[in-house]
Write a protein of this length. Structure first.
Length: 313
């Protein structure tokens, strides 16, 4: 064997030993797999044993024990990372969200997945969007057309409530992932954030056809939410990135402010936004929500007045 052929065979032998249970294989099996004779196998073992890590000096010792080839030494503990198929698909999908040169991303993807297996690039499995713990069950329910019993907690609720839904589709926006489904009790189309779904159970019933509307998050909020008019400091109003926001006009009562209409499904979310602005945002309509905001603020501060329902406008 030429020197480069010995080196190539030695690297293959090291890979075989690293992946083998207990880091040992029979000498006969190794020779057959590498298509070399017994003397050439000894040369490979000697070459591997001469290798050492430059920084630590750790060595991978390969020697014969009876009829086996055994890998020992500190360097022998540095085993290659073995991914499951699901782990490989997950990491392959993450590549789509990273700014990596296309040729590098392609080589990494090929290393992560076996030949013939392609990750679903539309299935975002990592990043700033949370898909919760029920994504796989919901996908199966959508594919099989099965009605679901689902625990869902809206913002402001302490515990999830059970909803019976016919799942329709999964949609992803820049900040959240949603289940589009038909709420059986409400007999209406609804949108549920996946990270607020506590559990999903498949029922024995199949889904029935429903007149789904093709709409985005803003349209859904406009359909389901409550319209609230706010007076917002102009600079703050111009930088709002909320869904379903409509900038109306300047506020004649407050110089430097403008009126903004927003559709909300959670009063707690709205109150948190107003309080966080520290006087740069006010609720104009409906007027009764100003009283509710005052009570909510006192509750956060632990004021006894909040328990008595005293909420001046």
């Amino acid at each position: 064997m030429k020197t480069d052929e010995v080196l190539h065979a030695a690297l293959e032998l090291l890979e075989m030993l690293s992946a083998a249970p207990g880091q040992h294989i029979s000498a006969r099996h190794a020779a057959e797999e590498l298509d070399i004779d017994d003397n050439e196998l000894d040369r490979c073992c000697k070459l591997i044993s001469n290798l050492a890590d430059r920084s630590s000096g750790a060595r991978a010792i390969v020697h014969r024990v009876d009829d086996d080839i055994v890998l020992e030494g500190e360097a022998g503990r540095l085993l290659p990372l073995r991914l499951t198929l699901s782990e490989g698909i997950a990491l392959s999908c993450v590549l789509a969200d990273l700014h990596i040169e296309p040729d590098i991303a392609e080589r990494i993807s090929h290393a992560l997945l076996p030949p013939g297996i392609a990750g679903d690039q539309n299935a975002r499995v990592a990043g700033t969007v949370s898909f919760g713990s029920c994504l796989q069950t919901l996908r199966e329910a959508i594919q099989d057309g099965v009605r679901c019993s689902m625990g869902y907690r809206t913002q402001g609720e302490d515990a999830p409530r059970v909803r019976i839904v016919d799942p329709h589709a999964i949609e992803t926006s820049s900040d959240a992932a949603y289940l589009i489904a038909w709420d059986i009790h409400a007999d209406a189309q609804r949108r549920y954030r996946l990270d607020r779904i506590a559990h999903v159970a498949l029922t024995d019933d199949s889904v029935t056809p429903h007149p789904y509307r093709d709409e985005d998050v803003s349209s859904s909020l406009a359909q389901e939410g409550r319209r609230v008019v706010l007076s917002v400091e102009r600079e703050t109003a111009e930088s709002l990135d909320w869904k379903a926001v409509e900038r109306l006009d300047g506020d004649p009562e407050r110089p430097g402010h403008m009126l903004v209409a927003v559709f909300v499904t959670s009063k707690q979310w709205l109150f948190d936004q107003v309080l966080a602005q520290g006087g740069r945002m006010y609720i104009e309509e409906p007027a009764h929500m100003r009283c509710e905001l005052a009570a909510y603020a006192r509750h956060l501060l632990g004021s006894p007045a909040a328990q008595q329902g005293d909420a001046p406008a």
